[in-house]
Design a protein around this ligand. Structure first.
Ligand code: ISL
Ligand code: CA
Length: 550
């Protein structure tokens, strides 16, 4: 493992610009709003921002539908403001990761506007077109991830185009080398502006073979990424993180082994999808099973121990809030949010904090489907209610897993609209903002915020937290996630009670009786272990000690 890579001990913070901070009072978050909060992020201690897309976009999918990669969405600001954001972040030691969305563009991108005009357009082959079947039906049965067919008939030229997401997000044709060239030019243009790297949207779809029904992990995928690396970010000291839903540990290793010159790391989702129904997916959630969760964490920590690198995250802009999904967002909200933070940040990899996680923001439960804004949520609601699923059953799934759980405005203050905006926001605020907000968190030395601040600081100062070998403890315990990290003669022992009960455990021989320094805890600090350990509801702590050489 090369210890000189700057992102090994970095901590990232994800911003969803539309929902973070609105500076000009139109109800929509913007770049000026982000700039105004950089001091806050510096105080948290993070040194990397993953910025969800801010590019010019008709916002069919809140910016994941890009109509101009070289400009900024009008509602978010200007290119000059984006440059100011990069510069202002830099003076605070913070780099910016841009969101690279190149599986598809918007249908309003100039390439697609030209492509759809005629079969002889120079951009026709930038996208994926197929003739209709003899009866006029689409080329095949493939479905879009947002519901409905993956094929959209375009009457101008009488052919279908392919879209894995909404019909306003036509897929680029990565079999056309001109697409790659155009994307490299764009990536280098941003790299020259001094960005810190790229988060790569659904990158695993780039090698797809539509006619054979191969979507993820297509045969050309890794050579596409290797060439992209060589032609663009490989020439800069930047971080790249790919979104890869179907990566196995072996595939993740392939992406993130530095010898392969592909990506710094990938986001994998096995710990997320484990509660999705095998057939009905996220709309029919299943109960959380800690033993299964522990096996998944263990599997990934072990598989990438020596080669490759993990990313660590509990939530993002597509996922429910961590404290609601894995903790208790009622009685033990503060305890369980801190426990989840500790459990994640002591693992090996680069942690990503999603906006609002650091104050323990929770899922939202709008009663009315009209209050939801997310295209995926709305499409599936319509599709399934038409197919006979009841409103109540759909709302249960939406409350658990709608992407809007992560997208309600950030809570800055107890004032109207949570201090996010002076105007009614584009999506309703979570009504619990008077209790849960940044202003309150900053005034309380025991807040979740300061717990995160401490974790971020510890990672910067403790090589054992970054490079230590991970080893599992109490593998069979159904309520407690525990592990050690060991580096040279230092060791950190971490215990996390994932339940609302107090739990007493018999400690294994290796940790019995040890004493050391309590690095962090969410109850009174524990410095000394006996033969047995009692953990309070959601209690967690990390103990740092030196190993005596045998
Ligand atoms: O959120 C999801 C899981 O249910 C997916 O539907 C999601 O769209 C998928 O994870 C891919 O996500 C990425 O690409 C999408 C965009 O809508 C997401 O926000 C983005 O993270 C299309 O660009
Ligand atoms: Ca605004």
């Amino acid at each position: 493992m090369n210890p000189s890579l700057w992102w090994h001990n970095a901590v990232a913070y994800q911003i969803y610009p539309r929902s973070f901070a609105d500076a000009n009072g139109d109800g929509i978050g913007d770049i000026a709003g982000i700039i105004s909060k950089l001091d806050y992020l510096q105080k948290l201690g993070i040194n990397l921002i993953w910025l969800s897309p801010v590019f010019r976009s008709p916002m069919d999918d809140n910016g994941y539908d890009i109509s101009d990669y070289y400009d900024i969405a009008t509602e978010f600001g200007t290119l000059a403001e984006m440059e100011t954001l990069i510069a202002e972040a830099k003076t605070r030691g913070i780099r910016i990761l841009m969101d690279l969305v190149v599986n598809h563009t918007s249908d309003e991108h100039a390439w697609f506007v030209s492509a759809r005009q005629s079969k002889t357009s120079p951009y026709r082959d930038f996208y994926i077109w197929r003739p209709a079947n003899a009866d006029g039906s689409p080329p095949n049965e493939q479905r879009s991830f947002f519901g409905g067919s993956a094929w959209q008939f375009d009457p101008l030229t009488g052919e279908y185009y392919y879209h894995l997401f909404s019909k306003k997000q036509p897929d680029l044709n990565w079999e056309n080398p001109q697409v790659a060239e155009a994307v490299y030019t764009m990536m280098n243009w941003w790299l020259e502006k001094g960005i810190g790297g790229f988060r790569m949207d659904v990158i695993e779809l780039l090698g797809k073979e539509v006619d054979r029904g191969i979507l993820s992990n297509g045969p050309r995928l890794h050579s596409i990424i290797q060439e992209m690396c060589r032609r663009t970010y490989g020439n800069y000291d930047v971080l790249t993180v790919g979104e890869t839903w179907s990566a196995t540990p072996e595939i993740a290793k392939q992406y993130s082994d530095p010898a392969n010159h592909e990506l710094s790391m990938v986001f994998t989702f096995e710990h997320i999808t484990m509660v999705w129904h095998p057939e009905h997916g996220k709309w029919q959630p299943m109960p959380f099973d800690l033993l299964k969760f522990k096996q998944i964490i263990h599997k990934w920590q072990t598989a990438l121990a020596d080669v490759g690198w993990n990313s660590l995250f509990w939530n993002n802009h597509d996922l429910p809030r961590a404290v609601s999904k894995y903790g208790d967002d009622g009685k033990y909200r503060v305890e369980s949010a801190k426990m989840l933070a500790t459990a994640l940040h002591f693992l090996k990899g680069t942690p990503y904090i999603y906006q609002g996680e650091e104050i323990g923001m929770t899922n939202v439960q709008f009663d009315d489907i009209e209050d939801y804004q997310d295209i995926e949520t709305l499409n599936f609601y319509a599709e399934r209610v038409t197919a006979g699923v009841t409103h109540d059953a759909m709302m249960t799934g939406i409350h658990a897993n709608s992407r809007d759980n992560a997208r309600t405005p950030m809570h800055w203050q107890a004032s109207p609209h949570a201090g996010f905006s002076t105007h009614t926001p584009w999506i309703a605020v979570n009504p619990n903002y008077p209790q849960i907000n940044v202003e309150k968190a900053l005034q309380d030395p025991n807040s979740i915020f300061y717990h995160y601040q401490k974790l971020v600081q510890l990672r910067k100062n403790l090589p054992v937290m970054v490079y230590g070998r991970y080893s599992e403890l109490l593998a069979e315990h159904p309520q407690v996630l525990a592990y050690t990290r060991t580096w040279q003669n230092e060791q950190i022992v971490v215990f996390n009670n994932f339940s609302g009960d107090s739990v007493t455990i018999d400690l294994p021989a290796g940790v019995r009786g040890l004493h050391g320094q309590c690095l962090i805890s969410n109850y009174a600090p524990t410095q000394q272990l006996g033969e047995r350990l009692t953990l309070q509801p959601y209690e967690s702590f990390a103990l740092h000690h030196r190993l005596t050489t045998p």
